[in-house]
Design a protein around this ligand. Structure first.
Ligand SMILES: NC(=O)c1ccc[n+]([C@@H]2O[C@H](COP(=O)([O-])OP(=O)(O)OC[C@H]3O[C@@H](n4cnc5c(N)ncnc54)[C@H](O)[C@@H]3O)[C@@H](O)[C@H]2O)c1
Length: 436
């Protein structure tokens, strides 16, 4: 059952642990759009429409006209980083946006400064932070909570959402300390090194009733302890790893191969990337986290266990190469070996010359607005209907994730219809022919 949503707050805080390339690009982007200097291209909440009722009714309003969302004018940004400076500095470091554009919003960018980050260099070996909290896990968690309270009080905010945009942490498996709220809190007290900074932020958000999304592949709110806590505190959560470039392509192409019963023998994906994210992912232990979220997609979509003759011996390889000259302008290159009628081989090459943070920024915005809406509808825990935005959508343990982009979009829109009390759309379509 859906609960009627509370109206959108006039002002909403968006808190970003990690105010690097993605974080600064979403902030500068919203400020620029507010100033009339650009358009929110790539954002479903700002530009997307939703069909309501039958096709004969021709009702296709903007999503934001049907779903009560805070307007861009009401958004207030804050966050944490392990390097000081303000958002103008962060944009200069990231080199994503044009200097002329940044100069026109310089004062506003300079007014946004991070709180010191909760960090442990063992989780991100390539970075030597200069602006960090000191103390145990418990002390860091309590400080992050105080930062959230201070941010809300300073800006007179009743509501806030957190979207994790920190560097990818090393790959870790959940262990006993992550299994229950009691063991996790005892671990915070004991400064247990298996509790990552990403978990510290997620814990603080949940305890403060702040909806939480994880834009990185790091293990965070997706541990049993924090899933339980999110239910106890009535906090919606989502993750993980923004689906922006190569995986976005994969989740469009692979469903097409399967829909047409075309075989796939091999899929080789490589990336060259020169930003700080690329540098961190050059470290094998950090890359492993990313590899895991990138690799899961094809098996889930193609279901080799159901179609062994088409996908049973698929060779899937993913590489990320740090190549500084490209900065944030990533090149994602795919070679796909497919098989058709009578086993004849064919090849497809995809060369996506993309801009990493330009693709990620609208996702941060949409997730923040939709998660706040979910929270106002009384939703808590994993929000699977937001799978559309994730490389590795978190689901209930009993179900496998949906990776097909258009299945995810249908799910997202049907959930929105459900939450605003509109009829669901099944695409059955027989009603148009019944009277003929
Ligand atoms: N851009 C994309 O297309 C994309 C897609 C999917 C996922 N991601 C993920 O989003 C994250 C951010 O990407 P980015 O390009 O902005 O990277 P970035 O390196 O530019 O920014 C990350 C920021 O996090 C900070 N940081 C690291 N650990 C921290 C901590 N514990 N507390 C506070 N700050 C911390 C770093 O100092 C840095 O400023 C990465 O994990 C990346 O893998 C990005």
């Amino acid at each position: 059952m859906s609960t009627a949503p509370q109206p959108a707050a006039e002002n909403l805080g968006i808190l970003l642990p990690g105010m690097g390339a993605v974080g600064s690009t979403v902030i500068a982007g919203v400020l620029a759009i507010r100033a009339g200097l650009g358009q929110p291209i790539g954002s479903l909440t700002q530009m997307g429409r939703i069909r309501l009722g039958k096709r004969t009714e021709k009702r296709n309003p903007l999503i934001q006209d049907v779903v009560p969302l805070t307007s861009l004018d009401g958004l207030v940004f804050g966050g944490w980083d392990i390097f000081g400076g303000d958002m103008y500095d962060a944009c200069q470091t990231a080199k994503v946006l044009d200097g002329n554009l940044l100069d026109q919003i310089k004062d506003e960018l300079q007014a946004i400064k991070p709180f010191p980050g909760a960090f442990d260099p063992n989780f991100v070996k390539r970075l030597n932070g200069t602006f960090m909290k000191q103390g145990t896990r418990r002390e860091m968690a309590e400080e992050v909570r105080k930062d959230i309270q201070k941010f809300k009080a300073t800006h007179g905010l009743e509501r806030a959402v957190m979207v994790n945009c920190c560097s990818t942490e090393i790959y870790i498996e959940p262990s006993d300390v992550h299994m229950s709220v009691e063991s996790f809190e005892a671990g915070l007290d004991a400064d247990d090194k298996r509790i990552s900074p990403a978990m510290v932020y997620a814990y603080a958000a949940i305890k403060e009733g702040v909806a939480y999304a994880n834009g990185t592949p790091s293990l965070a709110a997706d541990i049993p302890a924090l899933e339980t806590l999110a239910h106890e505190y009535g906090v919606p959560t989502g993750g993980k790893d923004f689906k922006t470039g190569q995986t976005l392509m994969k989740t469009v192409l692979a469903p097409m191969f399967k829909a047409r019963m075309l075989g796939v023998k091999g899929w080789f994906s490589t990336n060259i990337l020169g930003n700080r994210d690329g540098e961190v992912l050059d470290e094998p232990e950090n890359f492993k986290s990313k590899e895991k979220t990138k690799l899961g997609v094809l098996d889930n979509i193609l279901q080799p266990e159901l179609h062994p003759e088409l996908y049973g011996d698929l060779y899937h390889k993913v590489r990320i190469n740090y190549y500084p000259p490209r900065g944030d302008d990533k090149e994602g290159w795919d070679n796909i070996d497919i098989v058709g009628w009578l086993g004849y081989p064919m090849q497809i090459k995809v060369d996506f010359l993309c801009r990493d943070s330009i693709l990620a920024a609208p996702i941060v915005l949409d997730l923040a607005l939709f998660l706040d809406f979910a929270s106002r509808c009384g939703k808590k825990g994993i929000q699977e209907w937001l799978s559309f935005y994730w490389k590795s959508p978190i689901t209930a343990p009993s179900v496998y994730p949906e990776h097909d982009l258009f299945v995810q979009l249908s799910k997202l829109k049907n959930n929105l219809r459900h939450m605003v009390g509109e009829d669901l759309i099944t695409h059955l379509g027989v009603e148009y022919y019944e009277d003929q």
